[in-house]
Design a protein around this ligand. Structure first.
Ligand SMILES: C[S@@+](CC[C@H](N)C(=O)[O-])C[C@H]1O[C@@H](n2cnc3c(N)ncnc32)[C@H](O)[C@@H]1O
Length: 263
């Protein structure tokens, strides 16, 4: 990569973005990617100003829960709140299993698509008041959603407000060895380009520091199907915080310098 700088494996690169988090939901809603029948979803990209692709899989949003997601969700306790649920495939899977689960998404297309597949979902914004705050046993942040607003610690702090005592967050994170970035990105799809909006990625090795900053500890990072999922719980809930890969000394890693310059 030509436009990278080295970032220590701390959370130093995961800070506030100049853009308001509120910019994000409208952009996803406007993209059309969440609507039923959207075509050529595999061509959608999430690109940084430096031209780098961030993980993004719009085609997955309309598919059933993937095998690895089924595996990771096997042990979750309800009631489950799927934050930024998209077209509701995870909630749809959970309710079929008999788990009480609800999705929330700021895009009307996503909520409508969720309802069509029989998944309970509400129109709402992660950053605004949500139903039954303080009552959810599990909050999900799948498929890059930990990047919403480019402030992963703030987002986890928001999750803490939603959790019931003893609850936990299950957040997909980047594979070990990937970069943690806080950046502006945009969706590019079949010639359409969204405005820039704040987004972040958190690598598995960095979730410990991000979680700590929000008062969470990492129970474990689960690998499944080539993806990584962090099980997090408020530190106050832990008698003993298990050592974990995410708590190990940090590696130095790359960060997209052009994004830093642009921020
Ligand atoms: C990466 S997609 C999520 C897909 C879904 N989690 C899945 O795994 O199928 C991102 C979703 O976040 C939603 N979103 C973005 N910002 C949001 C916000 N502030 N509040 C609620 N939803 C938001 C978008 O509308 C979009 O559906």
């Amino acid at each position: 990569m030509t436009d990278v700088a080295v970032q220590s494996g701390t959370t130093t690169g995961i800070g506030p973005s100049p853009s308001a988090p509120e910019a994000v939901p409208g952009i996803f809603a406007a993209s059309g990617l969440l609507a039923d029948g959207a075509r050529r979803l595999g061509e959608a990209r999430l690109r940084t100003r430096g031209g780098h692709d961030l993980p993004f899989s719009a085609a997955r949003w309309h598919a059933p829960a993937a095998r690895e997601e089924v595996e990771v969700l096997a042990g979750v306790r309800g009631p489950v709140l799927d934050l930024a649920c998209g077209p509701g495939r995870l909630v749809g899977h959970l309710v079929k299993r008999g788990v009480v689960a609800v999705g929330v998404d700021a895009a009307p297309d996503a909520v409508a698509a969720a309802h069509r597949r029989g998944a309970p979902a509400l129109l709402g914004d992660v950053w605004h008041t949500l139903p039954l705050e303080g009552s959810w046993q599990t909050v999900l942040l799948f498929d890059g959603n930990i990047g919403i607003g480019a402030r992963p610690s703030d987002l986890l702090g928001r999750c803490a407000q939603l959790l019931a005592p003893g609850g936990s967050v299950l957040a997909e994170v980047g594979r070990p060895g990937t970069a943690s970035v806080s950046t502006d990105a945009r969706i590019e799809w079949c010639g359409w380009r969204s405005p820039w909006f704040p987004w972040a990625t958190v690598a598995a090795e960095d979730i410990g520091a991000v979680a700590r900053a929000a008062g969470f500890g990492v129970l474990r990072v689960q690998e499944a199907g080539g993806r990584s999922f962090a099980h997090l719980t408020p530190v106050a809930e832990l008698d003993v915080l298990e050592p974990d890969v995410a708590e190990s000394p940090k590696e130095r890693r790359e960060m997209l310098a052009s994004d830093v310059a642009a921020a």
